[in-house]
Design a protein around this ligand. Structure first.
Ligand SMILES: C[S@@+](CC[C@H](N)C(=O)[O-])C[C@H]1O[C@@H](n2cnc3c(N)ncnc32)[C@H](O)[C@@H]1O
Length: 329
């Protein structure tokens, strides 16, 4: 395990470069691009450029999710912290950790704040976020993990009372069964005193949802296409970015947004690192992200199936987004 230390207050354990690297782009590309439905896991969006593009998405007028979740956190963080009294905040997919500050502020006001443990695949975003946090929280210790949250976590700060957080509706990116496996894995690491706060985007009209994933300024399109840049750089592939376009569609029967990269013409792509040639006919696509939408009933069922119990439910005023506070039953 390698570590990057900044003074003694930031430690980021790097779990991406172990021999059994979880960050297996080549293997995932081979599996995903040769499958009947071509897919790629969304974690590969988030190199430095992709993380910055995601941060730009969170500020778009169409992307209501971040504002709605921030509204809930600002209104209810004190109550959430009063309920759990956590010393440590553990955050999966922490990214820029901006909304996180509402929880850290509430912990500081309650006098419980000791540490923050971010877990994210993006080294650059995690480093930037940690440096900004220690500037603004002079007594905070940040001990995080750069790694894949679908792998066993070995969470820092064992033995402390913890609030786990999974914000940004990132849980919606999992296939339904994988979301259960992920939550069950987190539940297995929780003690009865811990809480788990999870952000869910709620079912709503298709137009609002599709605009949130296909903004007028084209930032989400650039974010989606960034995946092809990553494969060109890391695998020596020759994807022509001008030969693919971004598409976001809401499937009401599955209650999910699907993001695709659609080939605008017949073309052949070579991926030398995995010795693969992929033919795309015009209109064929790679599915790059799922984003499931929820209701209170579907969240309740999901938590039960994962070995957790819903103990509080907070929504923004317009009922667009929800934060579920879960505990062990
Ligand atoms: C939708 S963004 C949410 C960021 C932030 N939590 C927010 O609410 O704005 C997803 C975050 O999860 C990270 N991520 C995606 N897949 C991951 C994986 N498999 N393991 C660890 N982090 C991952 C990305 O780097 C990104 O920071």
């Amino acid at each position: 395990m390698s570590e990057s230390a900044h003074g003694r207050r930031i430690v980021l354990h790097n779990r991406l470069e172990e021999r059994e690297s979880p960050f297996r782009l080549a293997e995932d590309a081979r599996r995903g691009l040769t499958a009947e439905t071509r897919t790629m896991p969304p974690k590969y969006f988030y190199d430095d450029r992709g993380s910055r593009l995601f941060e730009a998405i969170t500020r778009l007028p169409e992307y209501y999710q971040t504002r709605a979740e921030r509204e809930i956190l600002e209104r209810h963080a004190d109550a959430i912290v009063a309920r759990i009294r956590p010393g440590v905040l553990v955050e999966f997919g922490s990214g820029a950790a901006e909304k996180t500050r509402a929880l850290l502020d509430a912990m500081r006001s309650a006098g419980t704040l000791e540490g923050y443990a971010p877990l994210d695949v993006s080294r650059e975003a995690s480093q930037r976020a940690a440096e900004a946090l220690i500037r603004d929280y002079p007594d905070l210790r940040v001990e995080g993990v750069i790694g894949d949250f679908e792998r066993p976590h070995h969470l820092p700060f064992p033995g402390r009372r913890r609030l786990l957080a999974f914000l940004g509706s990132t849980i919606g990116n999992f296939e339904r069964e994988r979301s259960i496996a992920f939550l069950a894995g987190a539940a297995a690491e929780m003690s009865p005193a811990d809480g788990f706060l999870i952000g869910f985007d709620l079912v709503k009209d298709a137009d609002t949802l599709e605009r949130a994933y296909d903004d007028a300024a084209g930032v989400t399109a650039a974010f989606n296409l960034n995946l092809l840049r990553v494969m060109n750089r890391e695998l020596g592939a020759d994807f022509d970015l001008a030969g693919f376009r971004h598409r976001a569609l809401y499937d009401a029967s599955l209650q999910r947004i699907e993001m695709h990269l659609v080939s605008t013409r017949d073309q052949t792509v070579h991926i030398p690192a995995i010795d693969l040639t992929v033919q795309f006919a015009e209109g064929e696509s790679i599915r790059t992200e799922l984003s499931h939408k929820y209701t209170r009933a579907s969240v309740d069922a999901l938590l039960r199936r994962s070995g957790l119990a819903l103990c509080d439910w907070f929504t923004d005023e317009r009922q667009r987004f929800a934060l579920a506070l879960a505990r062990l039953p």
